[in-house]
Ligand binder design. Structure first.
Ligand code: C5P
Length: 396
């Protein structure tokens, strides 16, 4: 997607320095960025650096007669395709929620007829304050979109929610708001969650996959404009709004569901599929009848990923996952070859990593070009980065 105009309102917060990177990333994607600085923002970034990065004049003062003659604040707010507010401070959010219009930024936010995306950024207590949460609810009701905030260390030394979303996340949210992401027109199949393999009607064999990474990937792909078919086992995390959800229980059902999906450009196999099922699951509850312990016979489940890779209708790009507890890169590299997929997202799921069922992931991306080590980050960020990489690969 190129050639969109984004009116970027920069609020007065320490995260304004990250907005400089956002400007660069928006421009790399071919967008025009028209910056507006609040008075407080100029305490954190200079109009000169913003103007140099944007390659545009910076708008600052509501009552600048020259600016008004050139392009008035109403016109400025309408000329954009999208308005992005980053960082959106507690004060800016309060102004927006209450309809204040006492400087150029707030006046334009009132005057615009375009969608508005805010990237909140503030101290964790300020974020959690009832007033901010009330304002957020009002803004959400008004149709304002949000990206972040994320949880993490803060400039003030505290820890919690309030860190501005990363520039790549804001970029993805902005492109999604423009409803025209780089994966527009692409169909992506994602498998996610564990599978449940029945022993009898009330018991089953399962694993600890929460489905969080798969759901985050589906969400990131939607944000990039893709159509997503989400084949999910019984996960803890709900499927994101907007996917075509196909709920399944067992590996066999998952394979059938995957085979039934047509015209797939990219297949992402994030499900933790059980390797074995009980060969002859009982159709009655197995009783403790005093005749000794029950014996379970196992049969091997179909390998869905390998089956898809070997099929005539193999998607152009197939991505597998490898959850390992030792020799991650070696095992995942061998697995990529064995299964015939293009990329493997490998991670160490040893209990001490806290990855399985946790909020973060620490992955290595294995491709024909070797192993790419990603820093530990939130599962949402892993998903954003993967979605961006897919878009690049497909030439989006
Ligand atoms: O062999 P392993 O389970 O480690 O392989 C992991 C990858 O293969 C994941 O992408 C997983 O979704 C996929 N897989 C599958 N069907 C299976 C087992 C694994 O699609 N039966």
């Amino acid at each position: 997607m190129t050639g969109k105009t984004i009116l970027l309102v920069i609020g007065g917060g320490i995260a304004a320095f990250k907005t400089l990177d956002l400007i660069r990333r928006l421009r790399e994607r071919g967008h025009r960025v028209v910056p507006v600085l609040t008075k407080a923002a100029t305490e954190f970034v200079t109009p000169l650096s913003v103007s140099a990065l944007a390659g545009e004049k910076v708008y600052q003062d509501l009552f600048d007669l020259n600016d008004e003659a050139e392009m008035g604040h109403i016109e400025l707010s309408r000329a954009a395709d999208l308005v992005v507010v980053a960082p959106a401070t507690a004060d800016l959010m309060a102004k927006m929620a209450n309809g204040h219009a006492n400087d150029l930024a707030s006046t334009m936010l009132m005057a615009t007829d375009k969608r508005v995306l805010i990237a909140p950024s503030m101290n964790v207590r300020m974020w959690e304050h009832a007033a901010t949460q009330r304002n957020l609810a009002t803004l959400t009701k008004d149709g304002i979109l949000t990206s972040g905030p994320n949880e993490g260390d803060m400039a003030c030394g505290e820890f919690g929610f309030g860190r501005m979303a990363e520039p790549m996340e804001i970029l993805a949210a902005a492109e999604s708001a423009l409803n025209d992401g780089p994966l527009k027109g692409r169909h992506v199949l994602v498998t996610s969650g564990p599978t449940h393999e029945p022993i009898d009607p009330v018991r089953y064999i399962a694993n600890r996959s929460s489905g969080a990474q798969g759901a985050a990937i589906a969400q990131a792909l939607l944000a990039q404009g893709a159509k997503v078919t989400f084949v999910s086992g019984p996960a803890d995390v709900a499927a994101p709004m907007g996917v075509d959800l196909v709920p399944v229980q067992t590996a066999a059902e998952m394979l059938d569901a995957v085979n039934a999906v047509k015209d797939v450009d990219v297949g992402i196999f994030a499900a933790a599929v059980a390797d074995w099922r009980v060969a002859s699951a009982s159709d009655q509850k197995i009783k403790k009848d005093g005749n000794g312990l029950p014996v379970l016979d196992f049969a091997e489940n179909p390998d869905i990923l390998a089956t898809v890779c070997a099929s005539k209708s193999r998607p152009k790009l197939v991505i597998g996952f490898a959850a390992e507890t030792q020799n991650v890169v070696e095992n995942a590299t061998a697995k990529r070859k064995r299964k015939g997929c293009d990329w493997i997202v490998a991670n160490d799921v040893s209990p001490e990593t806290g990855i399985m069922g946790g909020a973060e992931n620490d992955v290595v991306l294995i491709s024909a070009n070797g192993a790419e080590d990603w820093p530990r980050m939130g599962k949402g960020q892993v998903a954003e980065r993967l979605a961006m990489k897919i878009a690049e690969e497909l030439g989006g």
